[in-house]
Design a protein around this ligand. Structure first.
Ligand SMILES: CC(C)=CCC/C(C)=C/COP(=O)(O)O
Length: 289
């Protein structure tokens, strides 16, 4: 007759010491059999596979599986780095943020209909890229500098000087936040943007969107425009933001925060408004009509 299989302490599997035998508290019956099967291997018999099992199990990741330490401190699984552990007790805020992130990724993928030539709206891609150029920093900076050099009125120079300040502030803040947050662009994005700087490999926030919100608020406040043109300016900013997601350049939250940041940046510019009275040096330097 075949002899029963034994655990590391020499006890046949399916039995245990008298103090724990059959007690539900100690996991009697078949559950005990499972436990003794584990313990027959774990405490020193095969430390390598014990460690492997420990790292595979989410319970072991918490370092709280009772059998792991049974009888020997050597058998305790190694503590994993914090980021590798599964948090079994997340806070409400944690759950809310993770859900928002999941919705953001899902929606951004769904809306990324011009992300490639073969995408469902791939034929619209050239139009979206035209919109992209309309919100790029280079044409706005060069255009403002050109107008500043051609302006022959104090009022015009003051407005353009502040637009230049706004554009530079925007570049600075967006680069700073992109460098701090370091959120990668969506996986479906093709990195074929014209003239980017190093932080532009990151996506949060959308620089085109901050510029669109900032510039459109600036224009609405400092240019006298007919109503249809004012509507056009707002539409341009909105469609430019949307096109960032459609092109696959950004997630929805990058664009939403971009609108918010651009809007707030205008408030900063308005608060620090440069004029011949507040910044005389700047205006004297540019006083060559
Ligand atoms: C180098 C200059 C002057 C501007 C860079 C403009 C640019 C490529 C920004 C990235 O925008 P998104 O964050 O919307 O992709």
């Amino acid at each position: 007759m075949q002899s029963p299989r034994r655990n590391a302490e020499g006890r046949p599997l399916g039995t245990c010491d008298p103090s724990s035998s059959g007690s539900p508290a100690h996991g009697g019956g078949s559950r005990f059999e499972f436990q003794s099967l584990l313990s027959s291997r774990m405490p020193g018999a095969d430390p390598t596979s014990a460690r492997l099992r420990a790292s595979e199990s989410p319970v072991h990741r918490r370092g709280s599986f009772p059998l792991a330490g049974a009888g020997s401190s050597q058998a305790l699984p190694p503590q994993l780095p914090e980021e590798d552990r599964i948090d079994l007790n997340p806070s409400f805020l944690d759950i809310a943020l993770r859900s928002l992130l999941a919705i953001d990724l899902w929606l951004s993928k769904k809306l990324g209909v011009c992300a490639g030539e073969s995408s469902s709206w791939g034929s619209m891609r050239p139009l979206m890229k035209l919109l992209e150029i309309s919100g790029h920093g280079i044409p706005w900076l060069l255009g403002t500098l050109y107008c500043l050099s051609r302006s022959d009125s104090w009022a015009g120079r003051e407005v353009l000087m502040n637009l230049l300040f706004a554009l530079l502030l925007d570049l600075l803040l967006v680069s700073l936040i992109k460098g701090l947050v370091r959120r990668r662009r969506p996986a479906h994005n093709q990195m074929d943007m014209f003239f980017t700087i190093s932080v532009d490999k990151y996506s949060f926030p959308s620089g085109h969107t901050t510029r669109a919100a900032l510039v459109s608020r600036f224009i609405l406040n400092h240019l006298v425009l007919a109503i249809p043109l004012r509507v056009l300016v707002v539409l341009w900013a909105f469609i430019l933001g949307l096109s960032r997601v459609m092109l696959g350049r950004h997630n929805v939250t990058d664009v939403a925060f971009g609108f918010f940041l651009g809007y707030m940046q205008y408030s900063i510019v308005d608060y620090c408004w440069l004029s011949p009275r507040t910044a005389p040096v700047l205006f004297v330097l540019w006083n060559q009509p």
